[in-house]
Design a protein around this ligand. Structure first.
Ligand SMILES: NC(=O)c1ccc[n+]([C@@H]2O[C@H](COP(=O)([O-])OP(=O)(O)OC[C@H]3O[C@@H](n4cnc5c(N)ncnc54)[C@H](O)[C@@H]3O)[C@@H](O)[C@H]2O)c1
Length: 349
C-alpha cells in the first residue's frame, strides 16, 4: 500500500541532526518520532525541553544520560524493534553511521546516511535535483557532503543544460563548525589539503557519474561556510547570459552580488540571519552573480559561490526520505514540497 505519511527518527542530534529534525517537523507528510544521541549536553536537553522524545542511541548510555537529568524515552533499538519507525536519518559523526547500518538491517528499517560515510555504506549517493530516481524505494541512501551537494547543484546544472567537458573546482573550507570552535580549529593560517584531487571531485562522481571533475581544497581559519571557485570547460560556446540563465533556473541556487555589498562570507552569513530562518540557516547555494564570467572563445566558464555547510544538505535529507519511502516518485514534486515547507526561495532579496 502506498504510504501518505512516514515516521522518522533522527540518530545523532548535532549540527546536521538538529536541523534535519526541525525540517522533518515542518513536513506534513512526515512525523518525527524522536531524536537519539549518546550524550546529554545542552543541545539534547534543549531538544527535550522542546518536547521531543529523546532516545539513547546505545543501551550503555541510558543510565549516564538519565543521571544528567535527561528524560530518556528508551533506546533506539527498542524503538526500531517496536516498528515505530519507517526511516532513521543517521546524523552521527563520520564512520559511526557505517557501524549503525547493521542495526537498521536487523530491523529492516530504511536509513538516510550523511556525507561523512563512504558511498558503499548506502550504495546510492544522493542530490535531489540530480539523481532522485536512483534512490526510489531503496533501503539506504547517502546524502553527500555539503561541498559535494553544492558542486552537484551548480556544476551539475551546467552539465545538464550546457554540457561540461571538464570542471576544476577549488574548495576553500571552514576550519571547524561554530559550536566546536572552542575545541579545535586553526588560527591565522591556510592549510592546503595535499592529496590531489581532494575527495570532493570523486564524491561528486558518485552522483553525476559522467562528470569530468578535479577538485583541490584548503582549510582557512574561519568557521562560517565554505567558498568554491570553479573553472569549467563547456561543450559548446556560451555567453555570460547563457550561464546566468542556467544558474537562475537551478533549484536551491540563488544569486548574491558584490554590487549589492555582499563582499564575503561574512556578508552572506549576516544576510542569512536577516532572512529570519531558524538559526539563520541558508539552504540555497549563493552564487556571486558578478563572478560569472566566460572566456573570450566562449568555451570556459568561471564562477564563485559560498557553501552554507551547516544547512545546505537539510532539504536533501527531506527529499531522500521521500525518495526511499516513495512518498513522492518525482524529484520535482518532492523538491517543491520541501522548498515550500522550508521557505526555500529563488530570490532572497
Ligand atoms: N557539520 C557540517 O558542516 C556537515 C555538513 C554536511 C554533512 N556533514 C556530515 O553529517 C554527519 C554528522 O556531522 P555533524 O557535523 O552533524 O556532527 P556533530 O558532531 O555536530 O553531531 C554528531 C552527533 O552525533 C552524536 N553521536 C556521537 N556518537 C554517536 C553514536 N554512536 N550514536 C548516536 N549519536 C552519536 C554526537 O553526540 C553529536 O550530537 C557526518 O557524516 C558529517 O560528515 C556535516
Amino acid at each position: 500500500m502506498v504510504k501518505t505519511s512516514v515516521s522518522v527518527v533522527v540518530n545523532g542530534y548535532g549540527v546536521i541532526g538538529k536541523r534535519v529534525a526541525d525540517a522533518v517537523l515542518r513536513q506534513p507528510d512526515m512525523r518525527l518520532v524522536g531524536v537519539a544521541d549518546v550524550v546529554a549536553d545542552w543541545r539534547i536537553k534543549l531538544a527535550a525541553s522542546k518536547g521531543l522524545p529523546v532516545y539513547a542511541s546505545t543501551a550503555d548510555r541510558v543510565s549516564e544520560m538519565a543521571k544528567k537529568g535527561l528524560k530518556v524515552s528508551g533506546t533506539l533499538e527498542e524503538l526500531l524493534r517496536n516498528g515505530a519507525v519507517d526511516v532513521v536519518v543517521d546524523c552521527t559523526p563520520a564512520k559511526v553511521g557505517a557501524r549503525n547500518r547493521e542495526l537498521y538491517e536487523k530491523y529492516g528499517v530504511k536509513a538516510v546516511f550523511q556525507g561523512g560515510e563512504k558511498h558503499e555504506v548506502a550504495g546510492v549517493s544522493f542530490v535531489a535535483q540530480r539523481n532522485y530516481s536512483e534512490a526510489l524505494g531503496r533501503q539506504f541512501v547517502r546524502v553527500v557532503s555539503c561541498n559535494t551537494t553544492a558542486i552537484c547543484r551548480v556544476i551539475g546544472g551546467i552539465h545538464e543544460k550546457i554540457g561540461v567537458k571538464k570542471a576544476r573546482v577549488v574548495v576553500f573550507r571552514r576550519a571547524v563548525d561554530v559550536w566546536e570552535s572552542s575545541r579545535t580549529g586553526i588560527m591565522n593560517t591556510v592549510v592546503p589539503e595535499l592529496q590531489v584531487p581532494s575527495h570532493h571531485g570523486p564524491d561528486a562522481q558518485t552522483v553525476i557519474k559522467d562528470l569530468d571533475i578535479v577538485t583541490m581544497a584548503a582549510k582557512g581559519s574561519h568557521n562560517l561556510y565554505h567558498l568554491h571557485m570553479a573553472m569549467v570547460e563547456v561543450r559548446s560556446k556560451v555567453t555570460v547570459e547563457d550561464v546566468l540563465k542556467v544558474v537562475e533556473e537551478e533549484p536551491r541556487v540563488i544569486f548574491v552580488s558584490g554590487e549589492d555589498g555582499v563582499d564575503g562570507l561574512n556578508a552572506i552569513f549576516e544576510l542569512s540571519r536577516d532572512l529570519g530562518r531558524p538559526r539563520g540557516d541558508l539552504y540555497e547555494i549563493p552564487v556571486w552573480k558578478d563572478s560569472v564570467s566566460v572566456s573570450q572563445d566562449g568555451l570556459e566558464v568561471y564562477l564563485i559561490w559560498a557553501t552554507p555547510n551547516e544547512s545546505n544538505v537539510v532539504p536533501e535529507n527531506v527529499d531522500a526520505i521521500r525518495a526511499i519511502t516513495e512518498l513522492e516518485k518525482e524529484a520535482r514534486a518532492s523538491i517543491s514540497k520541501t522548498d515550500e515547507y522550508l521557505g526555500i526561495v529563488k530570490r532572497v532579496y
